[in-house]
Ligand binder design. Structure first.
Ligand SMILES: Nc1nc2c(ncn2[C@@H]2O[C@H](COP(=O)(O)OP(=O)(O)OP(=O)(O)O)[C@@H](O)[C@H]2O)c(=O)[nH]1
Ligand SMILES: [Zn+2]
Length: 275
């Protein structure tokens, strides 16, 4: 029977089976011989009689820190104020998600804390991201955000205090996560290193670890433009990274106001962080 590993504790691998039951398995035998180490999130074939994992399916993505496979969606939670809004952080998380074959979804919080003028400013960012084809919601739109959880493995990231726990509480009140404290997204101590666990939330699974907020960029400079959606254009030089080169399509589009300056400045900053 197939299932998904939701938790690993030493040699015990908890698997959520397709019939919605949970079974505790080990990796005795074949897998061990083949030196395949299953991780949380892996889709596996389980022998329910011997309670062993027999096969690990191909992964759609694999992250080392936090150690987890097959994340479907990354919710990028960003507040409009306190902590201050940062399009740079959004762009960074977008890049990390897209380069790892994860669908990014932006959730803006604390729209109620800003003036009308500031709201218009934030709306400009929201429409640009939407234009790029990225789903962008405000956190009051719980109905739409809830739907994203169904049948998906979701991770949350964002600055401390952005409203991640508050959002999860709105999505599933039974989680009763503590908010407004220095804590991780599921209300536990920040410095206790724990293993990732997948929890059932609203018909989907959520990866329970604050580790996603400190995901780092691990991508070559030349590859950044591939995943920086509006920057994957052909310039005079094939190897153009849209920085100091001449005849650069992107720089032309920025000059003409077709790509916003902030988006280009964030790109240059991320380019510096590339390998
Ligand atoms: N006014 C307002 N306050 C909010 C909103 N969302 C969250 N908050 C408040 O912001 C504070 C921080 O929210 P949390 O949900 O704890 O933030 P977090 O992202 O989980 O923070 P960490 O656990 O530190 O990562 C809490 O006091 C929340 O009540 C919102 O949309 N509007
Ligand atoms: Zn260029």
């Amino acid at each position: 029977m197939t299932g998904k590993i939701i938790c690993i504790n030493k040699s015990l691998h908890k698997v959520l089976l397709e019939n919605n039951t949970i079974i505790e398995t080990t990796t005795r035998g074949k897998l061990r011989n083949e030196k395949i180490a299953p991780v949380v999130g892996d889709n596996v074939d389980v022998n329910v009689v011997t309670k062993t994992i027999e096969k690990v399916h191909a992964r759609k993505n694999y992250l080392e820190r936090p150690l987890v496979a097959n994340i479907d969606k990354l919710l990028i939670v960003m507040s409009t104020s306190i902590p201050v809004f940062s399009s740079y952080l959004i762009d960074k998380f977008l890049l990390i998600a897209l380069s790892n074959n994860i669908e990014p979804i932006i959730v803006i919080t604390k729209m109620d804390m800003i003036t009308l003028k500031e709201k218009l400013e934030i709306r400009k960012y929201i429409s640009y991201y939407k234009k790029l084809g990225i789903k962008t919601y405000v956190n009051s739109n719980v109905f739409k955000i809830k739907k994203e959880f169904k049948d998906s493995v979701i991770a949350l990231c964002g600055q401390t205090g952005a409203g991640k726990s508050s959002l999860l509480n709105k999505i599933d009140a039974s989680l009763s996560l503590k908010t407004g404290e220095v804590s991780d997204s599921l209300g536990r101590g920040k410095h206790t290193t724990r293993l990732v666990e997948l929890l059932e939330v609203n018909g989907g699974l959520i990866a329970d670890t604050p580790g996603f907020s400190s995901l780092t960029l691990n991508i070559k400079k030349i590859d950044i433009k591939k995943y920086y959606l509006d920057f994957n254009k052909t310039c005079k030089y094939r190897t153009c990274v849209h920085d100091k080169e001449s005849d650069c399509t992107i720089k032309y589009l920025v000059e003409k106001g077709r790509i916003p300056k902030w988006r280009y400045n964030n790109y240059l900053k991320l380019l510096e962080e590339g390998k």
